[in-house]
Design a protein around this ligand. Sequence first.
Ligand SMILES: [Zn+2]
Length: 434
Amino acid sequence: MGKRSTAVVTVQLLPLRRLPAGVKRLCAELRREAGRCWSELVAAHVCSRSGAWLGERDLNALSSGGRFRLHSQSIQALVQKLLANVDTARTSREREQATGGKPVTRYPYHEQPYQTVTWKGQAVRVEGSRLVLPNGRKQRDLVLPLPARFHAADIKQVELLWRADHYQLALTVAELPTPDEQPKPQAAGQVAGVDLGEINLAAVCTEDGRALVVSGRLLRHVKQLRNKRHAAYTERQARCKKGSRRWKRLQRQKSRASAKLYRQQRNILHQASRKVAAFAEAHGVGELAIGDVRAISDGVSKGRHANQKIAQWPHGQFRAYVTQKAERRGMRATLHDEAYSSRTCSACGFRHPSAPRGRVFRCSGCGTTLHRDANGAANICSKRVAGCFAAVQVKNTMHRQAAAVRAPTRAPVAGPKHPDPPPGDGMAPEAHAL
Ligand SMILES: [Zn+2]
C-alpha cells in the first residue's frame, strides 16, 4: 500500500480453463479457506472496535499457527487488505465528517464465503513450464501450467480469481527496462495518454490535443443487471433447502447467467479497446501511455456500493485488450503513474486540492472547462512527453459508446428485497464445486 517501486509492473490475466477436476477442487478449497480466514479476521476486527482496535501484529497472531491451510504470506496479504480497507474507510469517514455530514462509509464488516488468494514473490516458483504455488503445511501445492511467455518472467505476485465460470490468475509481472532507463519515445508517431475509468472506460488524448472519450454506460448496465439477477437467484435459493435439487438447479442457472454477462462484458471491453486503438492509429500515435490505476482496487474502500463497482471494474482486462490491439497495430503501450492527473488542470497546470466531482473539470485557476477524463488523459500524455503537466492541451473531444450491442433483456426472476452485493469477487459464486 502506498509503496511505488520504480520498476514498471503489469498485471496479466491468465484464464484457467479445462483444469483437471482435482486442481479445480483445490482452487475452490483455497478460495474458500481464504474466505474463512477473511471472515474470521473481519469478525475479530469488528469485535475489537468497542475497545482497542486490532492492528497488523494482532491480526497476524490471530491467523498464524497453521489455523488456515494457506501460505503464511497469503494470510498476511488478507490481513493487509483488511487493514487497508479499514484505513480507507477511516479517511472517507473523516472527509464525510469534515464536509459537515454524518459519516456513511462503513468499516469492513462483510464476511465472505470466498476470497482472492494471493501469493507474493518469494512464494511463487516456476518449475519448467509449471507454476508452483505453495499453501499451508500439509496442504498440496497448487500446480498450474504456465504459458511460455511467462517462463523467464519476474513474477511479483499471483492472485487466484473466480470469473463467472472459470478460474483466472492475475500475474503481476515486472517489466524491463524500467521507464526511468527508457529513452523518450523513439517509436514513430506521437504519444497519446490514456485514462482508464469506471464511468467512462477510457479517455485518450494525443499530443496534438485530439481526445476521445469512450463511455462505459453499457458495461455498467450489464453489471448492474448481473448483480440484480444474482441477488434474485440467491433470494430464491434462500427459500429452499441448501443442496436440494431445486437449490442446485438455481445454482446452475445463476452461474449460467453470470457466465453470459461475463461474455457480454468481454465483448464490450473488446469493442471499446478497438475504438481506442483505432483512434490512436488514425492519429498517427506510436505510443499509448496508460495511466496506472491498479492502486485503486488495492484495498481502497469507498463504501459498499462504490467498492462493488470498483471490484467489478475490469481495468486489468481492459488494459490487456488495449495493449494487445495497440501492439497489433504497431504501437506500444506503456504504464505510468497517474497521480494528480485528474485534479490538475491540463490548460494551466493548477493543482486542485481534490479530484473534480462529476464529469466536468472546471479550473478555478484559469476558468477552463474540460471533460474530466479528457483532462486526465491530456495530463498523462503531457507527463510522458514533457515530464510535467499542462504541456498537452485538449483541442477537441469526441464521444463514443463502448459498444453497439443490444442491451440485455430484463431479469427473468423477481427483483431482490435487499440490495446486498454478491459474495466473492463480485462476479459469481464457485458453482462448479457442486
Ligand atoms: Zn487551469
